[in-house]
Design a binder for this molecule. Structure first.
Ligand SMILES: *[C@@H]1O[C@H](CO)[C@@H](O)[C@H](O)[C@H]1NC(C)=O
Ligand SMILES: *[C@@H]1O[C@H](CO)[C@@H](O)[C@H](O)[C@H]1NC(C)=O
Ligand SMILES: *[C@@H]1O[C@H](CO)[C@@H](O)[C@H](O)[C@H]1NC(C)=O
Length: 310
Protein backbone atom coordinates (compact mmCIF):
# COMPACT_ATOMS: atom_id res chain seq x y z
CA UNK A 1 0.00 0.00 0.00
CA UNK A 2 2.88 2.33 0.53
CA UNK A 3 3.44 3.26 -3.11
CA UNK A 4 -0.25 4.15 -3.42
CA UNK A 5 -0.31 6.39 -0.39
CA UNK A 6 2.92 7.85 -1.69
CA UNK A 7 1.35 8.70 -5.02
CA UNK A 8 -1.66 10.33 -3.42
CA UNK A 9 0.67 12.34 -1.22
CA UNK A 10 2.59 13.43 -4.27
CA UNK A 11 -0.60 14.40 -6.06
CA UNK A 12 -1.68 16.37 -3.03
CA UNK A 13 1.62 18.20 -2.83
CA UNK A 14 1.49 19.04 -6.51
CA UNK A 15 -2.07 20.33 -6.35
CA UNK A 16 -1.28 22.35 -3.28
CA UNK A 17 1.66 24.08 -4.92
CA UNK A 18 1.27 27.13 -7.12
CA UNK A 19 2.21 26.59 -10.73
CA UNK A 20 5.75 27.66 -11.26
CA UNK A 21 6.57 30.12 -14.00
CA UNK A 22 10.08 28.79 -14.47
CA UNK A 23 11.58 29.11 -17.90
CA UNK A 24 12.88 25.57 -17.71
CA UNK A 25 10.87 23.15 -19.82
CA UNK A 26 11.12 19.47 -20.61
CA UNK A 27 10.00 17.14 -23.35
CA UNK A 28 9.79 13.39 -22.95
CA UNK A 29 10.84 11.91 -26.28
CA UNK A 30 10.24 8.27 -25.44
CA UNK A 31 9.72 5.94 -22.53
CA UNK A 32 9.46 2.18 -22.28
CA UNK A 33 7.90 0.77 -19.13
CA UNK A 34 7.02 -2.91 -18.65
CA UNK A 35 8.12 -3.58 -22.23
CA UNK A 36 5.50 -1.13 -23.45
CA UNK A 37 6.29 2.02 -25.35
CA UNK A 38 4.40 4.88 -23.73
CA UNK A 39 2.90 7.65 -25.83
CA UNK A 40 5.21 10.61 -25.11
CA UNK A 41 2.32 13.07 -25.34
CA UNK A 42 0.72 11.33 -22.35
CA UNK A 43 3.81 11.43 -20.17
CA UNK A 44 3.97 14.00 -17.43
CA UNK A 45 6.79 14.28 -14.95
CA UNK A 46 5.91 15.28 -11.41
CA UNK A 47 7.41 18.61 -10.58
CA UNK A 48 8.58 18.68 -6.97
CA UNK A 49 8.30 22.25 -5.69
CA UNK A 50 11.42 23.65 -4.11
CA UNK A 51 11.41 23.28 -0.38
CA UNK A 52 9.02 20.35 -0.34
CA UNK A 53 10.50 17.37 1.33
CA UNK A 54 9.71 14.35 3.36
CA UNK A 55 6.81 14.89 5.72
CA UNK A 56 6.68 12.34 8.49
CA UNK A 57 8.22 9.87 6.12
CA UNK A 58 5.10 9.59 4.03
CA UNK A 59 6.21 11.19 0.79
CA UNK A 60 8.62 9.98 -1.81
CA UNK A 61 9.09 13.39 -3.32
CA UNK A 62 12.51 14.09 -4.63
CA UNK A 63 14.00 16.95 -2.79
CA UNK A 64 15.94 19.30 -5.00
CA UNK A 65 19.61 18.74 -4.65
CA UNK A 66 21.88 21.70 -4.19
CA UNK A 67 25.59 22.04 -4.68
CA UNK A 68 27.54 21.06 -1.59
CA UNK A 69 27.22 23.58 1.19
CA UNK A 70 30.27 23.16 3.31
CA UNK A 71 33.44 22.21 1.54
CA UNK A 72 36.23 22.04 4.06
CA UNK A 73 39.79 20.98 3.87
CA UNK A 74 40.68 17.36 4.29
CA UNK A 75 41.16 16.70 7.97
CA UNK A 76 43.56 13.91 7.18
CA UNK A 77 45.85 16.38 5.46
CA UNK A 78 45.57 19.03 8.14
CA UNK A 79 46.22 21.89 5.77
CA UNK A 80 44.16 24.34 3.82
CA UNK A 81 42.48 22.79 0.86
CA UNK A 82 44.55 23.03 -2.29
CA UNK A 83 42.17 21.69 -4.89
CA UNK A 84 44.68 21.56 -7.68
CA UNK A 85 46.86 19.25 -5.65
CA UNK A 86 44.17 16.77 -4.73
CA UNK A 87 45.03 13.28 -5.79
CA UNK A 88 42.58 10.57 -4.74
CA UNK A 89 45.22 7.89 -4.97
CA UNK A 90 47.04 9.66 -2.16
CA UNK A 91 43.92 9.34 -0.05
CA UNK A 92 43.28 13.08 -0.06
CA UNK A 93 39.71 14.20 -0.14
CA UNK A 94 37.35 17.07 0.49
CA UNK A 95 34.53 16.87 2.98
CA UNK A 96 31.00 18.19 2.58
CA UNK A 97 27.86 17.98 4.66
CA UNK A 98 25.71 16.56 1.87
CA UNK A 99 27.77 14.91 -0.88
CA UNK A 100 30.03 11.91 -1.21
CA UNK A 101 31.66 10.70 -4.41
CA UNK A 102 33.84 12.13 -7.15
CA UNK A 103 33.90 15.37 -9.14
CA UNK A 104 35.98 15.55 -12.27
CA UNK A 105 36.99 19.16 -12.96
CA UNK A 106 37.76 19.15 -16.65
CA UNK A 107 40.64 21.41 -17.75
CA UNK A 108 39.26 24.31 -19.78
CA UNK A 109 41.72 23.51 -22.58
CA UNK A 110 39.74 20.31 -23.16
CA UNK A 111 36.69 22.33 -24.12
CA UNK A 112 33.17 22.29 -22.70
CA UNK A 113 31.73 19.11 -21.23
CA UNK A 114 29.38 17.45 -23.69
CA UNK A 115 28.49 14.15 -22.00
CA UNK A 116 28.64 12.41 -18.65
CA UNK A 117 27.93 8.73 -18.12
CA UNK A 118 27.80 5.93 -15.59
CA UNK A 119 26.16 2.58 -14.89
CA UNK A 120 25.61 2.34 -11.16
CA UNK A 121 23.79 0.31 -8.54
CA UNK A 122 20.73 1.70 -6.80
CA UNK A 123 21.51 2.11 -3.09
CA UNK A 124 20.25 -0.73 -0.87
CA UNK A 125 19.61 0.73 2.56
CA UNK A 126 19.70 -0.35 6.18
CA UNK A 127 19.06 1.83 9.21
CA UNK A 128 21.82 3.92 10.67
CA UNK A 129 21.37 3.28 14.41
CA UNK A 130 20.56 6.23 16.69
CA UNK A 131 19.73 8.54 13.79
CA UNK A 132 16.19 9.81 13.13
CA UNK A 133 13.96 7.92 10.71
CA UNK A 134 12.97 7.72 7.95
CA UNK A 135 16.40 7.54 6.36
CA UNK A 136 17.38 8.02 2.74
CA UNK A 137 20.12 7.98 0.13
CA UNK A 138 20.30 9.39 -3.38
CA UNK A 139 22.77 8.42 -6.12
CA UNK A 140 23.16 10.46 -9.28
CA UNK A 141 25.25 11.59 -12.21
CA UNK A 142 25.62 15.28 -12.99
CA UNK A 143 27.23 18.11 -14.90
CA UNK A 144 28.55 21.14 -12.92
CA UNK A 145 27.44 22.15 -9.42
CA UNK A 146 30.83 21.74 -7.75
CA UNK A 147 33.04 24.75 -8.40
CA UNK A 148 30.46 25.85 -10.94
CA UNK A 149 27.72 27.29 -8.77
CA UNK A 150 25.38 28.60 -11.47
CA UNK A 151 23.78 25.31 -12.47
CA UNK A 152 23.74 21.59 -11.81
CA UNK A 153 22.13 19.20 -14.24
CA UNK A 154 21.61 15.83 -12.62
CA UNK A 155 19.67 12.61 -12.92
CA UNK A 156 19.51 9.72 -10.53
CA UNK A 157 17.59 7.75 -7.98
CA UNK A 158 16.51 8.32 -4.39
CA UNK A 159 15.62 5.61 -1.92
CA UNK A 160 13.56 5.99 1.24
CA UNK A 161 13.89 3.42 4.01
CA UNK A 162 10.75 3.00 6.10
CA UNK A 163 10.70 2.02 9.74
CA UNK A 164 9.74 -1.59 8.92
CA UNK A 165 12.62 -1.97 6.48
CA UNK A 166 10.53 -1.41 3.33
CA UNK A 167 12.39 0.59 0.68
CA UNK A 168 10.87 2.80 -1.98
CA UNK A 169 13.06 4.00 -4.85
CA UNK A 170 12.22 6.58 -7.51
CA UNK A 171 13.98 8.14 -10.49
CA UNK A 172 14.26 11.90 -10.91
CA UNK A 173 16.02 14.63 -12.88
CA UNK A 174 16.83 18.18 -11.92
CA UNK A 175 18.30 21.26 -13.51
CA UNK A 176 19.27 23.12 -10.36
CA UNK A 177 18.37 25.77 -9.22
CA UNK A 178 15.02 24.78 -10.71
CA UNK A 179 12.88 22.14 -9.02
CA UNK A 180 13.29 18.39 -9.47
CA UNK A 181 11.04 16.18 -11.58
CA UNK A 182 10.06 12.65 -10.62
CA UNK A 183 9.35 10.12 -13.33
CA UNK A 184 6.86 8.06 -11.36
CA UNK A 185 6.14 5.23 -13.89
CA UNK A 186 9.81 4.23 -13.99
CA UNK A 187 10.22 1.09 -11.90
CA UNK A 188 13.44 0.82 -9.94
CA UNK A 189 14.47 -1.19 -6.90
CA UNK A 190 17.49 -1.22 -4.59
CA UNK A 191 20.31 -3.21 -6.16
CA UNK A 192 19.13 -2.60 -9.75
CA UNK A 193 21.65 -1.29 -12.27
CA UNK A 194 20.84 2.07 -13.80
CA UNK A 195 22.57 3.65 -16.78
CA UNK A 196 22.47 7.40 -17.11
CA UNK A 197 23.67 9.62 -19.95
CA UNK A 198 23.49 13.38 -19.69
CA UNK A 199 24.35 15.13 -22.94
CA UNK A 200 24.89 18.89 -22.90
CA UNK A 201 23.61 20.18 -26.25
CA UNK A 202 24.75 23.68 -25.27
CA UNK A 203 24.77 25.66 -22.02
CA UNK A 204 20.97 25.71 -21.66
CA UNK A 205 19.84 22.46 -23.22
CA UNK A 206 20.50 18.86 -22.19
CA UNK A 207 19.37 15.36 -23.12
CA UNK A 208 18.87 12.80 -20.36
CA UNK A 209 18.72 9.05 -20.89
CA UNK A 210 17.97 6.59 -18.09
CA UNK A 211 17.84 2.81 -18.38
CA UNK A 212 17.19 0.14 -15.77
CA UNK A 213 19.11 -2.97 -16.85
CA UNK A 214 17.07 -5.17 -14.52
CA UNK A 215 13.66 -4.52 -16.10
CA UNK A 216 14.37 -2.70 -19.38
CA UNK A 217 12.61 0.53 -18.36
CA UNK A 218 13.98 3.41 -20.45
CA UNK A 219 13.42 7.17 -20.47
CA UNK A 220 14.69 9.67 -23.03
CA UNK A 221 13.98 13.37 -22.47
CA UNK A 222 15.27 16.86 -23.04
CA UNK A 223 15.48 19.87 -20.78
CA UNK A 224 15.45 23.33 -22.40
CA UNK A 225 16.16 26.84 -21.12
CA UNK A 226 17.84 25.81 -17.88
CA UNK A 227 20.15 28.15 -15.96
CA UNK A 228 23.37 28.35 -18.00
CA UNK A 229 25.82 25.56 -17.23
CA UNK A 230 29.58 26.14 -17.06
CA UNK A 231 30.07 22.70 -18.69
CA UNK A 232 33.22 22.30 -16.60
CA UNK A 233 32.55 19.31 -14.35
CA UNK A 234 31.21 15.78 -14.37
CA UNK A 235 30.26 14.06 -11.13
CA UNK A 236 29.19 10.72 -9.62
CA UNK A 237 27.62 11.37 -6.27
CA UNK A 238 25.72 10.02 -3.30
CA UNK A 239 23.72 12.56 -1.38
CA UNK A 240 21.67 13.27 1.73
CA UNK A 241 19.37 15.85 0.20
CA UNK A 242 17.32 18.64 1.77
CA UNK A 243 13.63 18.56 2.50
CA UNK A 244 11.14 20.86 4.18
CA UNK A 245 12.18 19.40 7.52
CA UNK A 246 15.84 20.02 6.74
CA UNK A 247 18.44 17.64 5.53
CA UNK A 248 17.50 13.96 5.48
CA UNK A 249 19.57 11.38 7.32
CA UNK A 250 21.86 9.32 5.13
CA UNK A 251 21.03 5.66 5.78
CA UNK A 252 23.67 2.96 5.77
CA UNK A 253 23.91 1.33 2.36
CA UNK A 254 25.70 -1.57 0.74
CA UNK A 255 28.55 -0.40 -1.48
CA UNK A 256 27.41 1.64 -4.45
CA UNK A 257 29.57 1.13 -7.53
CA UNK A 258 29.62 3.77 -10.22
CA UNK A 259 30.97 1.93 -13.25
CA UNK A 260 32.00 3.16 -16.71
CA UNK A 261 32.33 6.66 -15.31
CA UNK A 262 33.20 8.97 -18.15
CA UNK A 263 32.95 12.62 -18.98
CA UNK A 264 33.60 13.73 -22.55
CA UNK A 265 34.19 17.16 -23.95
CA UNK A 266 33.21 18.83 -27.18
CA UNK A 267 36.84 18.52 -28.33
CA UNK A 268 36.55 14.74 -28.07
CA UNK A 269 38.60 14.32 -24.91
CA UNK A 270 37.58 11.81 -22.30
CA UNK A 271 38.09 11.77 -18.52
CA UNK A 272 37.22 9.26 -15.82
CA UNK A 273 37.95 9.12 -12.11
CA UNK A 274 41.73 9.66 -12.46
CA UNK A 275 42.55 13.07 -11.01
CA UNK A 276 38.96 13.68 -9.86
CA UNK A 277 38.27 15.34 -6.54
CA UNK A 278 37.17 12.70 -4.06
CA UNK A 279 34.52 13.90 -1.63
CA UNK A 280 33.53 12.44 1.74
CA UNK A 281 30.39 13.30 3.66
CA UNK A 282 29.84 14.09 7.32
CA UNK A 283 26.59 14.64 9.18
CA UNK A 284 26.03 15.82 12.75
CA UNK A 285 25.65 13.03 15.29
CA UNK A 286 22.09 13.20 16.65
CA UNK A 287 21.81 15.43 19.68
CA UNK A 288 25.36 16.72 19.34
CA UNK A 289 27.30 19.23 17.28
CA UNK A 290 29.91 16.61 16.55
CA UNK A 291 30.29 15.76 12.87
CA UNK A 292 30.54 12.12 11.97
CA UNK A 293 31.92 10.63 8.78
CA UNK A 294 29.09 8.68 7.12
CA UNK A 295 30.10 8.16 3.49
CA UNK A 296 33.42 7.79 1.73
CA UNK A 297 34.45 7.23 -1.87
CA UNK A 298 37.48 5.64 -3.42
CA UNK A 299 38.78 5.27 -6.93
CA UNK A 300 39.03 1.65 -8.00
CA UNK A 301 40.37 2.59 -11.42
CA UNK A 302 39.75 5.31 -13.97
CA UNK A 303 36.30 3.93 -14.85
CA UNK A 304 35.09 2.69 -11.48
CA UNK A 305 34.26 4.45 -8.25
CA UNK A 306 33.15 2.83 -5.02
CA UNK A 307 31.03 4.73 -2.49
CA UNK A 308 30.65 3.11 0.90
CA UNK A 309 28.90 3.85 4.15
CA UNK A 310 30.88 4.26 7.36
C1 LIG B 1 3.51 14.69 11.35
O1 LIG B 1 2.83 13.84 12.21
C2 LIG B 1 2.33 14.47 13.39
C3 LIG B 1 1.76 13.40 14.31
O2 LIG B 1 1.21 12.34 13.59
C4 LIG B 1 1.31 15.53 12.99
O3 LIG B 1 0.82 16.20 14.13
C5 LIG B 1 2.01 16.53 12.08
O4 LIG B 1 1.07 17.47 11.62
C6 LIG B 1 2.65 15.83 10.88
N1 LIG B 1 3.43 16.78 10.12
C7 LIG B 1 3.37 16.87 8.80
C8 LIG B 1 4.23 17.89 8.17
O5 LIG B 1 2.62 16.18 8.14
C1 LIG C 1 20.79 25.33 -27.77
O1 LIG C 1 20.49 24.40 -28.81
C2 LIG C 1 19.13 24.43 -29.21
C3 LIG C 1 18.92 23.30 -30.22
O2 LIG C 1 19.90 23.33 -31.21
C4 LIG C 1 18.77 25.79 -29.75
O3 LIG C 1 17.39 25.83 -30.10
C5 LIG C 1 19.04 26.84 -28.68
O4 LIG C 1 18.80 28.12 -29.19
C6 LIG C 1 20.49 26.73 -28.21
N1 LIG C 1 20.69 27.65 -27.10
C7 LIG C 1 21.81 28.34 -26.96
C8 LIG C 1 21.91 29.21 -25.75
O5 LIG C 1 22.74 28.28 -27.77
C1 LIG D 1 24.30 6.05 -23.28
O1 LIG D 1 25.22 6.44 -24.28
C2 LIG D 1 25.96 5.35 -24.81
C3 LIG D 1 26.98 5.92 -25.76
O2 LIG D 1 26.38 6.72 -26.72
C4 LIG D 1 25.00 4.36 -25.47
O3 LIG D 1 25.72 3.27 -25.95
C5 LIG D 1 23.98 3.90 -24.46
O4 LIG D 1 23.02 3.07 -25.08
C6 LIG D 1 23.28 5.09 -23.84
N1 LIG D 1 22.41 4.64 -22.78
C7 LIG D 1 21.13 4.99 -22.70
C8 LIG D 1 20.38 4.51 -21.52
O5 LIG D 1 20.58 5.66 -23.54
Amino acid sequence: MKPLSLLSTLAHLLLASPLASAALSYTVLSATIDNKQLDPSEIKLERVPLGVGPRNGSTGSTIPSAPPTSLTSSRKEGHARRRADLDPRDGTHSTTSNWCGAEQHVPSAAGPVSWVHSIFSVPDLTHRPDYPRPQFAAAWVGIDGGRCRSALVQAGVSVQLYDDGYQFAWVWMQWWPDAAYNFVPFVVDPGNWLEINITAVNTTEAIIEVKNYNNGNVLLMTFKDGAPMCRAEGSWIMEAFYGSQGQVTLAKFSDVWFQQCEVRTQNGQSFGIDGAEIVYMEQPKPGTVQMENVCQAEEYDNANLRCYAV
